[in-house]
Design a protein around this ligand. Structure first.
Ligand code: PHE
Length: 342
């Protein structure tokens, strides 16, 4: 009798862990346990070996076991045929709601494209806050209070704290990286920046930049040029021509702006390049010694270059978008059109 009890327990736990994903497996269950040569039948046959005074008890036990098996079989059958109705009345056999696939924002696509080119040269990505203090956005960048070059960037100040601004460039993140004191630095700073400009098809009060910073011993202007040549060829193709024009930024010396031949007309002159054949794409220069000193880096030992480019303009040219405002209006019909391909 005892043996019978433990046998039944063993079968019960074996059955409970039986997994039937489809009707075929349910049928396997039926044959194994409830079939004419199945386990339930076989164990029923044990009755004849039970002592007479225990037959009643054993009969109950075996009956119970048979019911248990039959119930389990019904449950497996229902689950596998998908007709089980949950308590809440949901039909679990209904197909699920499809989750629509989103797409990346064109600014994100262009940012990733730019970043991935520099990543191949070993640049890593750094990010920083969009609300900055005066020191990181201006002071450390060789733009002390009342410096006339502050007017180059129409700044949004924050009323609650006169020391806070919405960052006008991601050069502030360059300062944060240099302050960490870990050299050499080879970093990219992508991000959103703010300037108080009238919103129109060609300018906005916020836009996006990728800046780059490279600091090490013996970094020269030749390194800067070579890095940017590589970027331009990867971005616009082998045939594009490049020119540097002397420029002014308080945080770099010497400073330059870089133009590429217009990708729309190939240099012959069109509306996009204002008939010049050239499009300006970035500002750059050798990091000013004052900036290095402000960040605790010895300018006699280290030198470096920095550059900064906007993301909107290349994105407009690439995706043929003629109004900058479209990028921030979140019109789903606009946003759905972009893919990372090409
Ligand atoms: N910070 C400059 C800007 O926003 C771009 C720049 C970066 C220029 C680094 C030179 C070197 O206009």
């Amino acid at each position: 009798m005892e043996q019978l009890v433990s046998q039944i327990e063993g079968y019960k736990s074996e059955m409970s862990s039986f997994i039937a994903n489809d009707e075929k497996q349910v049928e396997e269950f039926r044959i194994k346990y409830l079939g004419t040569k199945g386990i339930v039948k076989a164990i029923m046959g044990e009755m004849k070996n039970v002592a007479a005074d225990q037959k009643k008890q054993a009969g109950q036990l075996l009956n119970e076991f048979r019911l248990f098996t039959e119930n389990l079989y019904e449950t497996l059958k229902q689950a596998a045929s998908g007709t089980e109705v949950a308590a809440a009345g949901t039909d679990l056999s209904l197909p699920g709601d499809p989750a629509p696939l989103g797409s990346r924002h064109p600014i994100t696509l262009m940012r990733n494209r730019i970043v991935s080119i520099f990543q191949r040269l070993g640049f890593a990505v750094a990010e920083g806050p969009e609300i900055e203090d005066d020191w990181h956005n201006f002071g450390a960048l060789n733009l002390p209070a009342h410096h006339p070059a502050r007017d180059m960037q129409d700044t949004f100040y924050i009323q609650q704290n006169p020391d806070w601004v919405l960052r006008t460039h991601t050069s502030s993140v360059q300062i944060r990286e240099m302050e960490k004191g870990k050299l050499p630095i080879r970093m990219l700073m992508p991000g959103r920046v703010y300037r108080n400009e009238t919103v129109s098809a060609r300018s906005h009060c916020f836009f996006h930049q990728v800046e780059g910073l490279y600091i090490d011993e013996n970094v020269s202007f030749a390194d800067l040029k070579q890095t940017l040549y590589f970027f331009v060829k990867e971005m616009y193709g082998k045939d594009v021509k490049v020119r540097f024009r002397p420029s002014y930024f308080p945080f770099t010396e010497p400073s330059a702006e870089m133009d590429v031949t217009c990708m729309i007309c190939g240099g012959s002159g069109c509306n996009i390049c204002k008939k010049t054949g050239w499009v300006e794409i970035l500002g750059c220069g050798m990091v000013h010694p004052n900036v290095l000193t402000n960040c605790g880096i010895d300018p006699n030992k280290y030198s470096g270059f920095a550059f900064g480019l906007g993301i909107e303009r290349p994105a407009m040219l690439k995706y043929d978008v003629n109004d900058l405002r479209l990028f921030s209006e979140n019109d789903i019909r606009f946003l759905r059109q972009f893919t990372a391909a090409t």
